[in-house]
Write a protein that binds this ligand. Structure first.
Ligand code: TMP
Ligand code: ASP
Length: 239
């Protein structure tokens, strides 16, 4: 079937062509990697959770005015999305110091930041996704100045909306990574996924980590953390 043409296989997802040239099918895998692929494993049930959670959040963001690539969920693990040209920048937003920010600047994990921080990383596995300044991005032709302004605006809007949505689920949104794509019209839309793979989420009361850091740091209870986040977001769990 023409539908089965594999266009791309990443660490956590496969992307297939469909009969519509403007639409692709994304299949979420249970595979997990960290530290640029150095650490590998499987998180049972992750594909289904990340797919459904991303879709729930993309619908919520769309309802609040953020354009996304989302079209239609077609199974637990599969979604149709608009075909975009991915902008080669990972856009990270941080509310609380953690991860590479804590390490780079020697600031204790858990320290609140005085306002949300937006960072750009060059999406390039061979280089280990280095942090880039606006000038780096411009001189390397990764994006235009207008693009960077739009990415920052959208990322901060997404942050405000997600902080609120996760708070309703008893979760603190510490930081997260977004990817954006360009439609044939030139419009920039939110793409990729929003899941415990791409967000740091802490329990609001205990500050327990409920995200991929449990896998990265060998903390155990990885599957349970993903299930907990998904159950809370769906609103199915009494706390
Ligand atoms: P960092 O502290 O390691 O820079 O990560 C910041 C956020 O970005 C964190 O929520 C995890 C997410 N992230 C990804 O989604 N993919 C990546 O490859 C990396 C390094 C981080
Ligand atoms: N996804 C990235 C990798 O595979 C890193 C991470 O999420 O920590 O290496």
């Amino acid at each position: 079937m023409a539908e089965e043409t594999l266009l791309y296989e990443g660490k956590a997802k496969k992307v297939f062509a469909t009969s519509d040239p403007g639409v692709v099918r994304v299949l979420y895998k249970d595979d997990a990697t960290a530290f640029n692929g150095e650490k590998r494993g499987t998180i049972a049930g992750k594909g289904a959770i990340n797919n459904q959670m991303s879709n729930l959040l993309f619908r919520y963001l769309e309802e609040h005015g953020v354009p996304t690539h989302f079209v239609e969920e077609i199974s637990e693990r599969e979604t149709l999305v608009r075909k975009v040209e991915i902008i080669p920048l990972e856009v990270v937003v941080r509310n609380i110091a953690a991860g590479s920010f804590s390490k780079r600047f020697g600031i204790e994990e858990g320290t609140p930041l005085e306002r949300p921080l937006v960072e750009f990383y060059y999406k390039n596995d061979a280089l280990g996704d280095p942090l880039v300044t606006d000038d780096h991005a411009l001189i390397l032709h990764l994006a235009t100045a207008d693009d960077l302004a739009e990415l920052r605006r959208l990322a901060l809007a997404v942050n405000d909306l997600l902080v609120r949505r996760f708070r309703e689920a008893g979760l603190i949104l510490v930081d997260f990574k977004l990817e954006f794509g360009r439609l044939p019209s030139g419009e920039i839309v939110l793409a990729d996924e929003i899941s415990p793979d791409t967000c740091r989420l802490w329990d609001e009361r205990t500050r327990e980590k409920l995200d991929k850091d449990r896998f990265r740091r060998d903390l155990g209870g990885v599957e349970e953390a993903y299930q907990e986040v998904w159950a809370r977001l769906k609103g199915g769990v009494a706390r």
